[in-house]
Design a protein around this ligand. Structure first.
Ligand code: HEC
Length: 255
């Protein structure tokens, strides 16, 4: 009896532990301890997705690939083949091509210490909020080989590609007593060194679009799935009414 109770108790404990781990890993904090900003939900906003695609192709595809995407998939966010050709393709690429890059992995590893990962499903592994915050929290750090650092990805190998848009900033930190008695660095704010081509709001807005595109890309089926979901719910609603009327009619004739 006692043994059984113990086993049950242990099972409960294990369950709780698993639950708390999964809650912790989906939580808003991250390795560097910087809280994540909520990415705006623009998955059904075609012009936001199109703007995100444009930024992605112009600024990110130089280093990152997205090999599970073909350019012609961009039709799904409302672009015509002609628009894709004119705005997003560089010489020699075809509309049916995969979003590959010409950079050689070995070389990019030598340049950045780490090869830029494929971004096809990045939003699924990191989450949209992480990406949205990551893209907006680069700062100047002369101790880094690239000259840049990041608040959510400490000592990142990627330079701040969009610095011309956002302008250069440094981050200010404050010493604060840590948990283990040691001291911790607490982020207190950015200081703008040079102005960007965009103001903060415009930059955030564009990063929202880019994040939406990366999210859409990692799950291109989801727009379709949502649409099917709505149809199924409508069908069920109609069917329920129908079944209810039928049921009533059926019993009426019995009585
Ligand atoms: C000059 C090359 C270069 C360009 C251009 C570039 N990146 Fe990166 N990126 C990297 C490298 C290198 C890493 C790996 C950094 C590391 O792991 O330390 C990286 C990492 C990332 C990561 C984190 C991956 C992970 O989960 O570990 C994201 C997200 C990302 N890049 C998004 C972007 C986006 C969006 C753009 C376009 C605005 C972009 N990058 C443009 C080189 C680049």
């Amino acid at each position: 009896m006692n043994n059984k109770m113990n086993t049950i108790l242990n099972l409960c404990k294990a369950g709780l532990l698993a639950l708390s781990i999964s809650i912790a890993s989906t939580g808003f904090a991250n390795e560097a301890g910087h809280p994540l900003d909520k990415a705006p939900d623009r998955l059904n906003d075609m012009s936001a997705l199109q703007n995100g695609a444009k930024i992605f192709v112009n600024y990110c595809l130089n280093c990152h690939s997205a090999v599970s995407m073909r350019y012609n998939r961009l039709r799904d966010i409302g672009l015509t083949d002609e628009q894709i050709k004119q705005n997003l393709l560089f010489t020699g690429e075809k509309v049916g091509d995969l979003m590959k890059i010409s950079m050689i992995e070995k070389e990019s590893k030598e340049w950045f210490g780490k090869a830029p990962p494929d971004l096809s499903v990045e939003a699924r592994s990191r989450g949209s909020d992480w990406i949205y915050t990551y893209l907006r929290t680069f700062y100047r750090d002369d101790s880094r080989p690239t000259g840049w650092n990041n608040l959510v990805y400490k000592n990142v190998g990627m330079p701040h590609i969009l610095w011309e848009l956002q302008g250069e900033r440094t981050a200010k930190f404050e010493e604060a007593g840590g948990h283990g008695g040691g001291s911790e660095q607490h982020f207190v704010g950015f200081e703008q060194l040079t102005p960007g081509k965009m103001n903060q709001q415009e930059f955030d807005n564009n990063m929202g679009d880019l994040t939406a595109f990366l999210t859409w890309m990692s799950e291109p089926g989801q727009l379709q799935r949502k649409r099917i979901g709505v149809i199924v719910l409508l069908f069920l609603a109609v069917f329920t009414v129908f079944a209810w009327r039928l049921n009533a009619a059926y019993w009426k004739s019995i009585h």
